[in-house]
Design a protein around this ligand. Structure first.
Ligand code: NAP
Length: 475
């Protein structure tokens, strides 16, 4: 039977996807990874035409996306993500305990809003799709208008790859257009949404998901300023390498990263001056780059115009005929505290704000005025006492980086790519790393259930990690 409506097709695929064995689901993910790699050349060429990103960057992104798909295949096969927990019956307890067996089950069809800035890794076959398919949920992607041809081609090849791998028809569908996106969020068959994009767009769709007669979880990754703090000792010891690292990080791929360091606190001392001078030197060599879409270029220019600062406070990179030159805005702490809502607002593109602080004791107040972020970075030396600072940063972000840079998010079991609002709509969850799968699972407890009706992972001879009567049991 063929479906023209991808959501209806996804609804039909929900039961077979949920009941498919973990090995079968892992094979589907592996087939998608192989399909991407086989069609790498064609797909990179389309992506380069549509996004202004370089072929080298896009090629690396295909590798990353295939690795993500295979990583989630590994997660599925491991089985610990199911949190299988068994409490055997015990009449001697007060109150008596029946046989209780808990497991996580797929939530149902998932809507995924693709991001603009990762045409592979956060798009049709990106992290949201990979983790939802791994969980056993069909996916309907709302394609991003920044790379429509690429989205259509990836969706088409994915469907063929999935059919070949024996997956149910309708497991992965796609819609295009704003109204179709709204309809997707409202559709009663859709049980959860994954989103990466702007705070405004994400908030509008989050509200829509909550206003449904039956509300659904909306996992949005929105805006993030990603603060950096450089201590006096670090500035004195490593001005040159910090300057190289910061310019490289905030200008990487036109600064179009959700993890771009957008706000940097440096000391207002001689060491800080040296650091600023090194930053200016490196920036002068950083060339313009065309941004992903015209709207993003306009939004970047509008944001810069609103800075309302003298030319001395705006350092510019190497301007070429085309594209957007990288910018460093330099201000002092008083200026920052007079307009934190402007200086600490994410500006998508190659711009960062450097704030000179006179006294480290001013930092807690300044950091308090910043909203939640995906990351925070600390440049420090062993001599620095930063315990209170680390505690404060930990409370406001999902990942704290020491003497490194936040751009580049490793795919790993422990990864957390999330943070308090507006970094995400649900700070307990992540869109990268093994636990991204948790967003698309929901628990069920089986009480005194006949063994033949239990999911295989809850049977007595299951081969996955389980907690039995409070003790973790490994296979
Ligand atoms: P966006 O404007 O929020 O769009 C993202 C997706 O949501 C698109 O598919 C868009 O569809 C849809 N959408 C947005 N608002 C909607 C609404 N009110 N109703 C229905 N659908 C809506 O984000 P973007 O185009 O990718 O980039 C714009 C800004 O997002 C950037 O400047 C940046 O600030 C931020 N961004 C953040 C991240 C991050 O990871 N935090 C990543 C990328 C971008 P249509 O365009 O078809 O309407």
């Amino acid at each position: 039977m063929t479906h023209r409506d991808p959501v209806a097709a996804a609804a039909d695929a929900a039961a077979p996807a949920a009941s498919a064995s973990r090995a079968r689901r892992a094979a589907w993910l592996d087939a998608l990874a192989t399909m991407l790699e086989r069609n790498r050349e064609e797909l990179v060429a389309i992506a380069a035409e549509e996004t202004h990103l370089t072929a080298a960057r896009l090629d690396g992104e295909v590798t990353r996306t295939a690795a993500q798909l295979r990583f989630f295949a590994e997660v599925v096969l491991d089985g610990s993500y199911l949190e299988a927990t068994i409490d055997t019956a015990d009449d001697t307890r007060t109150p008596p305990r029946p046989d209780l067996r808990r497991i996580l089950r797929p939530i149902g069809p998932v809507g995924v809003f693709a991001a603009s800035n990762f045409p592979f890794a956060f798009s049709v076959l990106g992290n949201d799709t990979a983790s939802a398919l791994a969980a056993g949920c069909p996916v309907v992607v709302k394609a991003h208008p920044g790379h429509p041809r690429l989205s259509r081609r990836v969706a088409e090849l994915s469907r063929l790859g999935l059919v070949e791998a024996g997956a149910p028809e309708g497991l992965l569908g796609m819609v295009q257009g704003m109204e179709e996106g709204v309809a997707l969020v409202r559709h009663p068959a859709i049980r959860a949404i994954g989103f990466t994009g702007s705070t405004t767009g994400g908030r509008a769709l989050f509200d829509l998901a909550s206003a449904r007669p039956a509300p659904i979880p909306f996992y949005g990754e929105l805006g993030s300023i990603n603060p950096v703090v450089v201590t006096e000792d670090a500035a004195r010891a490593r001005a040159e390498s910090i300057a190289t690292g910061l310019v490289g990080s905030f200008t990487r791929d036109g600064g179009q990263y959700c993890t771009k360091p957008g706000l940097v606190f440096i000391p207002d001392t001689d060491a800080g001056e040296l650091l600023l001078s090194a930053l200016s030197d490196h920036l002068a060599l950083a060339p313009s780059q065309a941004l992903l879409t015209e709207q993003m270029t306009t939004a970047f220019d509008d944001h810069l115009d609103a800075a309302d600062l003298g030319e001395d406070d705006v350092l510019r990179g190497y301007a070429t005929d085309e594209g957007t030159a990288p910018i460093i805005i330099t201000i002092d702490m008083e200026q920052f505290l007079s307009r934190p809502e402007y200086f600490a607002e994410e500006c998508f593109g190659p711009l960062t704000v450097v704030v000179r602080y006179h006294d480290r004791l001013d930092l807690p107040h300044a950091l308090e005025s910043i909203e939640g972020s995906l990351t925070a970075t600390l440049h420090m030396e062993p001599s620095d006492d930063v315990t209170a600072l680390v505690d404060q940063l930990t409370a406001r972000v999902g990942r704290v980086i020491f003497n490194g840079w936040p751009t580049g998010v490793a795919i790993a079991w422990s990864q957390h790519h999330g943070g308090p609002w507006p970094a995400t709509t649900a700070s307990v969850h992540t869109s990268v790393g093994a636990s991204a799968i948790r967003r698309f699972l929901t628990p069920t407890v089986y009480q005194d259930c006949p063994p033949r009706l239990l999911p295989p992972e809850l049977s007595d001879d299951s081969d996955i990690p389980r907690r039995i009567d409070g003790i973790l049991v490994l296979p």
